[in-house]
Design a protein around this ligand. Structure first.
Ligand code: FAD
Ligand code: 2HG
Ligand code: ZN
Length: 479
């Protein structure tokens, strides 16, 4: 089918610069970042303003087209990838990347949704403030995508998920209505808090075009340490000890196994000589905006206690910024290390904090029963009850075939274990296209029904990101 007329209509609407129809330039937008799935689309639209987004939505509805909102296309679950029908256009927010305002007294930053996360972090830092959202994809992902996925990351233990950082949102609904809620208010009990519908809904309820994010004081001091864990070290007790003794200054508590560390150090040019003990390793960081606190002294004392308890074999305190950066680089390079080897089948599970050790024990036993020679890369945000329990794809096998096989068997067993511990199959990466069947399988029936009703109310003709997260109610069932 030729879409020439449609393309011309969009050009008339938002100008030549906003419409990409060259298949070669479209291609990077139609494959997910892990290259597990490729859809198709006849155009990528790049609006420059919110009214243009609204116009696009109205025209797409008239033409019977679907829309997939896209930010940096770093989604791990195919959430930003169109289906294969060819009838979904991609709306990329990349031209809407401005910083609208920083308000230092309200401690907020107002941005266009296409702003890259590092750009917003830098703008906050230039004003002496901190945007406490940090993830490995921060150089590519965009605020609209972070909101769409309710991204987590590396300092959730102190600052929470993206949802906890959003004060206001501007979004375009499926009929072109603009929701203008760019408020800086900490308190606003005036009815339904509609912005939360857009956070974590993966582009299925509206296209976010702007946001107001809460900032924090910039840390004046940080103390960072690398802990090598003793065999059988109780992760949860160790976390509780660090929390109790560090006076709420804990910003990071990241667990890594030796295999994950090796994957990272294999691809870092000058890797630091960090490693793991038999129980793995922890990267722990404390931060404070006060210049008067001796954080190194505090962390040293806490670590001394952990060593005394025989939970930690060895601990290294970063002595300067470059040692700190080197420790962080190891943690943040693990996904790249997995990718360069031949990728991994990712399991982004979460369980209540108290059940982390049980998950590790049960999952380990399950994997050994499944295949003794499988290699794992296990690491993650233990401080948030979130593990990346990844199965490495052997170097010499077909990545997609292997993934399909594991996903149809072992993955379900691992998710069953998470569910039996009152956990979930997706802690921070979302549902997207790849995990919709898991939502059907593990989601509470009432919650799913509520989600479908919300989807139907916001987007009755399933215009926005159809195929991701949930289906709307059957039209026949709409009262
Ligand atoms: P995209 O991938 O473009 O889109 C993601 C979803 O949001 C899609 O459903 C899309 O339709 C929707 N969306 C995009 N823009 C909008 C918009 N303007 N309005 C409405 N919906 C929209 N995730 C974490 O949570 N924590 C991590 O620590 C983390 N680390 C990562 C490390 C690496 C190396 C990589 C590759 C990914 C990582 N991710 C992580 C996953 C991913 O980066 C996040 O989900 C991120 O928030 C996605 O942002 P994006 O701009 O790339 O969104
Ligand atoms: C991280 O914590 C990301 O580094 C990526 O969420 C996790 O690649 C993964 O499995
Ligand atoms: Zn993560």
């Amino acid at each position: 089918m030729s879409y020439a007329v449609h393309i011309q209509a969009f050009r008339d609407l938002i100008g030549q610069a906003g419409v990409v129809d060259d298949p070669e330039r479209i291609a990077p937008y139609t494959t997910d970042q892990r290259q597990l799935f490729t859809g198709s689309s006849f155009a990528v639209l790049k609006p420059a303003t919110t009214p243009q987004v609204a116009d696009i939505v109205k025209l797409a509805a008239r033409l019977g087209l679907g829309i997939v909102p896209q930010g940096g296309n770093t989604s791990y679950c195919g959430g930003a990838t169109p289906d294969t029908s060819g009838r979904q256009i991609i709306v990329s927010l990349e031209r809407m990347d401005g910083i609208r305002e920083i308000d230092p007294f309200s401690m907020t930053v107002s941005v266009d949704a296409g702003a890259i996360l590092t750009k917003v972090q830098d703008a906050a830092a230039a004003a002496g403030l901190l945007l406490p959202l940090s993830l490995g994809a921060e150089g590519s992902c965009r605020i609209g995508g972070n909101i769409g996925t309710n991204a987590g990351g590396l300092s959730v233990v102190k600052y929470g998920m993206t949802r906890d950082l959003i004060l206001g949102v501007e979004a375009v609904l499926s009929d072109g209505t603009v929701v203008s809620d760019m408020r800086k208010l900490r308190k606003n009990n005036t009815g339904y808090d509609v912005k939360h519908c857009f956070i974590g809904s993966e582009g299925t309820l509206g296209i976010v075009t702007g946001a107001v994010l809460r900032l924090a004081p910039s840390p004046a001091r940080r103390a960072t340490a690398w802990l090598k864990l003793a065999a059988g070290a109780p992760l949860v007790e160790l976390l509780a000890l660090v929390r109790r003794q560090s006076a709420d200054l804990l910003t990071t508590f990241e667990f890594m196994t030796s295999r994950s560390i090796a994957l990272a150090t294999d691809v870092i040019i000058n890797p630091p000589s960090v490693g793991a003990g038999p129980g793995g390793a922890i990267l722990v960081e404390l931060a404070s905006s006060s210049d008067h606190l001796d954080l190194d002294g505090l962390l040293e004392a806490v670590l001394g206690e952990a060593v005394e308890s025989r939970w930690v074999d060895d601990a290294y305190l970063a002595q300067n910024g470059s040692q700190r950066a080197a420790m962080w680089e190891v943690r943040e390079t693990i996904p790249e290390g997995e990718k360069r080897r031949n990728g991994s089948v990712k399991h982004d599970i979460s369980v209540p904090l108290s059940a982390i050790q049980s998950f590790l024990d049960l999952a380990g036993a399950q994997v050994r029963t499944y295949a003794a020679d499988l290699e794992l890369s296990v690491y993650g945000h233990v401080g948030d009850g979130n593990l990346h329990y990844n199965v490495l794809v052997p170097p010499d096998v077909d990545r997609i075939e292997f993934s399909r096989e594991v996903e149809g068997s072992l993955s379900l067993q691992l998710y069953d274990i998470a569910a039996s511990l009152d956990g979930t199959f997706s802690a921070e990466h979302g549902v997207g296209r790849f995990k919709r069947h898991l939502l059907e399988k593990y989601g509470d029936a009432g919650r799913l029904a509520a989600m479908r009703r919300i989807k139907t109310a916001f987007d009755p003709s399933n215009l926005l990101n159809a195929g991701a997260v949930v289906y709307p109610l059957e039209r026949d069932n709409i009262g």
